[in-house]
Design a protein around this ligand. Sequence first.
Ligand SMILES: Cc1cc2nc3c(=O)[nH]c(=O)nc-3n(C[C@H](O)[C@H](O)[C@H](O)COP(=O)(O)OP(=O)(O)OC[C@H]3O[C@@H](n4cnc5c(N)ncnc54)[C@H](O)[C@@H]3O)c2cc1C
Length: 167
Amino acid sequence: MRTYPLEEKVRIEKVIHACALCYVGMADENGIPYVLPMNFGYEDEIIYLHSAQEGHSISILENNPNVCITFCTHPELMWQDEDMACSYRMRADSVICNGKVNFEEEFDEKVKALDIIMRHYSDRSFSYSNPSVKNVKIWKVAVEEISAREFGVPSKNIFQYKDRTIF
Ligand SMILES: Cc1cc2nc3c(=O)[nH]c(=O)nc-3n(C[C@H](O)[C@H](O)[C@H](O)COP(=O)(O)OP(=O)(O)OC[C@H]3O[C@@H](n4cnc5c(N)ncnc54)[C@H](O)[C@@H]3O)c2cc1C
């Protein structure tokens, strides 16, 4: 099994668009890491997230807005020899982004952000009530650094493959 860096922007963004979730890592004032699974939207090198107005993550981000956001496509189990544990691998693509969270407070910009998040999950268009826009916290993360890898790419004609869902 081989791991390849992905360089092409289009290919990297394809990985992001293929993910249903991202994992948002932050660090509190003592350097203790805190990682949350979150839904997201992505457009023009900006990651859009939304949350409640308060919570542990908001307290952390108000002191330290730096985040590391990881995306990973749905993994598939593969192996070279079904009887050899060390030949088992996962096949998936992943992307790691670094940036800073900026909270968007402007009403129309919040609606745009919600539209971008919803577009990631649905082709429908949506409207939002005033209180639901006011009460939501919108996080915008302009990507400052990005890296991507294909993991577990099988060598040609060597590995057996079984389509199996991993949870
Ligand atoms: C598939 C999925 C998608 C999600 N999408 C979103 C999203 O788009 N926006 C959003 O705001 N939230 C989302 N969540 C929930 C998110 O992961 C957090 O639980 C939530 O944001 C509250 O985080 P908080 O820091 O405010 O925690 P608080 O409500 O302040 O919770 C306090 C404590 O509870 C524990 N805790 C909090 N969250 C989790 C968790 N997920 N798992 C285990 N323990 C936890 C931690 O120890 C934390 O310190 C999603 C969760 C899942 C599983």
